[in-house]
Design a binder for this molecule. Structure first.
Ligand code: CU
Length: 183
């Protein structure tokens, strides 16, 4: 009977993990479009970047962060703090420098109160004359690192797969331990 109890406990934990995580991910703000568009190529650097979501973003000082990282992976090119107007988050951009891929990492506060992080990228086809943001204006790019956007994010199915693996391990362990104790 102990074995059965443990198996049920493992099942319950796994189910809660699945039910708790999956719907939350769908209720969050989702990025619907951006200027420049994700994976687009531009000849001249944009003066601002606009991220448009499917529902309003919560405003407030320091609540939303947008970081623009240049082709070398370290220099930052945002020209100031992000601002919110309804569904749209806007960040000013410095005059860009080297040609190449620029990544825009964002971390915004969803309408439902959860933070949402993601990333878009665009390619600067022709080098500009700009210089990157000085160190005192750079931001911790936790945004880009923990991205949940199209590229490099952790999709919901991974969480579900993880829960299923945990469930399997839990049942296996419970059976092993239960069986051993019974002898
Ligand atoms: Cu949420």
């Amino acid at each position: 009977m102990r074995t059965f109890t443990r198996a049920v406990a493992a099942l319950a934990v796994a189910l809660f993990a699945m039910v708790g995580l999956a719907p939350a991910a769908f209720a969050h703000n989702q990025l619907v479009s951006s200027t420049p568009a994700d994976k687009s190529s531009v000849d001249a650097g944009p003066s601002t970047i606009e991220l448009t979501f499917d529902q309003p973003v919560q405003g407030g000082t320091g609540v939303n962060t947008v970081v623009v990282v240049g082709p070398n992976g370290t220099d930052q090119w945002q020209g100031g703090d992000a601002s919110v107007r309804g569904n749209v988050v806007t960040v000013p951009v410095r005059e860009l420098g080297p040609a190449g891929d620029y990544r825009v990492g964002y971390r915004i506060l969803s309408a439902d109160g959860h933070p949402v992080a993601g990333e878009i990228k665009f390619t600067l086809a022709k080098a500009g004359n700009g210089t990157p943001a000085p160190p005192e204006q750079t931001k911790t790019a936790g945004t880009a690192a923990e991205s949940t956007g199209d590229d490099g994010g952790i999709p919901v199915w991974v969480w579900i797969a993880g829960a299923v693996v945990l469930l399997g391990a839990g049942v296996f362990f419970a059976l092993r331990v239960g069986g051993g104790a019974a002898k």
